[in-house]
Ligand binder design. Structure first.
Ligand SMILES: Cc1cc2nc3c(=O)[nH]c(=O)nc-3n(C[C@H](O)[C@H](O)[C@H](O)COP(=O)(O)OP(=O)(O)OC[C@H]3O[C@@H](n4cnc5c(N)ncnc54)[C@H](O)[C@@H]3O)c2cc1C
Length: 656
């Protein structure tokens, strides 16, 4: 049956899921000015495709649909909205993201007014971001590149030194970048002051590489081959003293190092500048999930397979329970991720705009937590959604023109870029443990012991989970109180047990903290994931309340809210069903577990008739589906027409 959701609500949900006010103008511009050239990329020779995308990027930067560099701090929502609405080509999106979100953002956050004037005056002076080295990726504190102050010449000198320190994977560096923000160890008067960032001119205004800079292509990748990733070496490259991004530390002309900010905080502030890009990667994962599900669901509503013996009609594949069970939970998860991402961006904007230093530090921590979990969770979701969609489309899903295999190759790297997902979850758990330890330290000995001893029992009781252990009716299972409390309990419990394990190892057994943490790494990541799922569902819950509050009297919205509510329950219950923790820790018993399984199937059935309506709410430009299974206007037959009379035939010359 067709979706019962009224079309009147279309713009309302779309304005939450994709709130960028200029999206249609931007989408139209891309459709009119770039699309035809973008379509040529997959068939182009390797190097040509990189120069081609460089040309497209410059055309984009010349237009009036791109944000300015000032928007990065003044209207971050505009930059988010822009990045989320390009849709068309991964290599181009990543290039723009490196230029705006990494290169320019670093200068904005770590530099001074002079830096902004000198390096951000012209949008088409494309930038790169040079952090990763061949032997050092995640462990940024150990970068080997040195940037040494020469007191005689009054300049900094950059050296790669050992070949292991070559900068690696640097986006925009091979075909586009004039400048780069380079991260390395600042050495002043024989003292290593730790990691700092500098702007380095890689090429002059004519595109010629500066003396002492060497760049080489990193080679063919699993996808995004039109993105120009280069390896870079610096051989005694001199840069002016003023090129140190000196918001938190500076070197005077006579070579004296000065910083008001302690080492660890300074490092955190430098790395904090990465958060904007990290949120952008999460948005990228979400876009992939939306496109993939749109293709699979639209195809599933069209395609028939096997015949209904009663009616003699073909059965649409969406009407198979199994097809629904494979796709609808991913749609619910994508909605949950969208609402969460909405929240994460708000926290970020608050952080950027906060003037008070103490509050800003707290918001930086919050932003770090939120950006890290959203990036990890949503980039993984993108991959899962593409994989399932690909399979759900059968052989057609494997056809390149239908985009799913191409999307897979593009989305793959998002789980590694801007922080390896597992490491991000570990860093989140580390922050949570820090807060927990602080809370314990603030108590006296007796209070602390009682707190620890009663924590498990009181948590369960406090959250009403014990009382409802035998309850398995639909209303209870789908309720906020059950879902949110269960997820909250898991997060708290994992935190408490992890803290206890680490305490025993480090304090009682005198084990080195790094080793102890390593031995508990699986537990650490489980805590990160638990926190992530809890935060997502909380954001979803808040969004539902907001929608209800605003539209409670509108009968049309009531229907939509019911569907959103079902999706909330579906995703929440799936989180519970998929983790043995809840059975192992007696949050649910086997009877309740089976009831949840049945409830999930019921919710999937409820939501399925609305699935096309829900996809349309993402407000994606239809041109990205042209020529694919996701097209609204072309059938599978239209996409595979009978050959014309004058079309070349598949004749072969076997010489007989
Ligand atoms: C297409 C592409 C574009 C890129 N663009 C840029 C760019 O523009 N600028 C830039 O600076 N970088 C860029 N990068 C680099 C990217 O950010 C790094 O690849 C990423 O940070 C991971 O670093 P690494 O590859 O050195 O992996 P490593 O840090 O070596 O990690 C490898 C694996 O080891 C494991 N591991 C590592 N540490 C731990 C630990 N503590 N505990 C448990 N397991 C661990 C994890 O499984 C991890 O995935 C790009 C990479 C690619 C592929």
């Amino acid at each position: 049956p067709p979706s019962k959701c009224p079309p009147a609500t279309k713009s309302f949900l779309a304005s939450i899921l994709n709130p960028y006010p200029e999206k249609h103008r931007l989408q139209q511009w891309v459709g009119g000015h770039l699309l035809e050239d973008i379509k040529k990329i997959p068939e182009m020779p390797y190097m040509e495709s990189k120069h081609h995308v460089d040309m497209l990027m410059r055309r984009f930067l010349d237009s009036d649909v791109v944000p300015s560099f000032d928007d990065l701090l003044e209207n971050p929502e505009k930059v988010f909205g822009f990045m989320e609405n390009i849709w068309a080509e991964g290599s181009l999106s990543v290039k723009l993201s490196v230029h705006y979100n990494l290169y320019a953002m670093m200068i904005k956050l770590l530099g001074n007014e002079d830096h902004k004037k000198r390096f951000l005056g012209n949008l088409k002076d494309i930038g790169a971001f040079l952090m990763t080295e061949l032997y050092t990726g995640t462990d940024v504190k150990s970068l080997g590149t040195t940037i040494t102050y020469d007191n005689n010449k009054k300049v900094f000198v950059i050296n790669t030194g050992d070949n292991k320190n070559q900068k690696y994977w640097i986006g925009n560096s091979l075909c586009s970048a004039r400048y780069g923000v380079v991260f390395g160890s600042l050495v002043c008067g024989n003292r290593n002051q730790g990691i700092h960032a500098f702007v380095v001119e890689l090429r002059d205004a004519n595109g010629k590489l500066k003396s002492g800079v060497f760049i080489r292509d990193c080679g063919r990748k699993g996808g995004l081959n039109a993105l120009d990733n280069g390896a870079i070496w610096f051989d005694s490259v001199e840069i002016p003293r003023e090129n140190l991004l000196n918001k938190y530390a500076d070197v005077s002309e006579d070579g004296a190092y000065h910083s008001d900010v302690k080492f660890n905080r300074r490092f955190a502030l430098h790395i904090g500048a990465l958060l904007f890009a990290r949120i952008g990667v999460g948005s990228g994962g979400m876009s992939y999930s939306k496109v993939a599900l749109a293709i699979a669901l639209r195809f599933s509503h069209q395609r028939t397979q096997f015949v209904n013996p009663k009616t003699g009609e073909g059965i649409r594949i969406i009407d198979y329970d199994l097809q629904q069970y494979r796709l609808i939970p991913l749609l619910a998860e994508t909605y949950a991720a969208s609402f969460f991402q909405h929240y994460v961006k708000r926290v970020y904007i608050q952080y950027v705009k906060e003037e008070n230093e103490e509050k800003k530090d707290e918001l930086l921590k919050q932003t770090h937590l939120m950006a890290s979990i959203s990036k990890a969770q949503i980039s993984w979701l993108g991959l899962r959604a593409i994989d399932e969609s690909r399979e759900c489309c059968g052989g057609q899903g494997y056809k390149f023109a239908n985009r799913l295999v191409h999307l897979r190759s593009e989305a793959d790297i998002l789980v590694t870029l801007d922080g390896v997902n597992h490491i991000l979850l570990m860093s989140v758990a580390q922050i949570l443990l820090g807060e927990y330890t602080k809370e314990l330290q603030d108590r006296n000995f007796i209070s602390r012991s009682m707190y620890l001893a009663w924590e498990k029992a009181s948590d369960l009781l406090r959250q009403g989970l014990t009382m409802s252990y035998y309850q398995s009716d639909s209303a209870h299972l789908c309720s906020d109180s059950f879902i949110i409390n269960a997820l909250d309990f898991r997060k708290e419990r994992l935190k408490h047990t992890l803290a206890t394990r680490l305490y025993n190892r480090i304090v009682k057994n005198k084990q080195a903290p790094f080793l102890a943490f390593n031995e508990c790494a699986v537990h650490v990541v489980a805590l990160g994931k638990a926190y992530s799922e809890f935060s997502t569902m909380k954001a979803y819950q808040k969004m539902l309340l907001k929608i209800k509050r605003i539209h409670k009297r509108d009968p049309d919205y009531k229907k939509v809210i019911r569907v959103l509510r079902d999706m909330f329950s579906l995703h929440g219950l799936n989180c519970i069903l998929k983790d043995n923790f809840f059975l192992e820790n007696s949050v649910i018993g086997s009877r309740k577990s089976k009831a949840i399984r049945r409830e999930v199937l019921r919710l999937v059935k409820n939501i399925t008739p609305h699935s096309l309506f829900l996809i349309d709410q993402f407000d994606m430009p239809e041109y990205i589906f042209d020529g694919t299974l996701g097209s609204k206007t072309e059938s599978l037959e239209d996409l595979n027409p009978r050959p014309d009379e004058d079309e070349p035939r598949a004749d072969l010359d076997w010489g007989q």
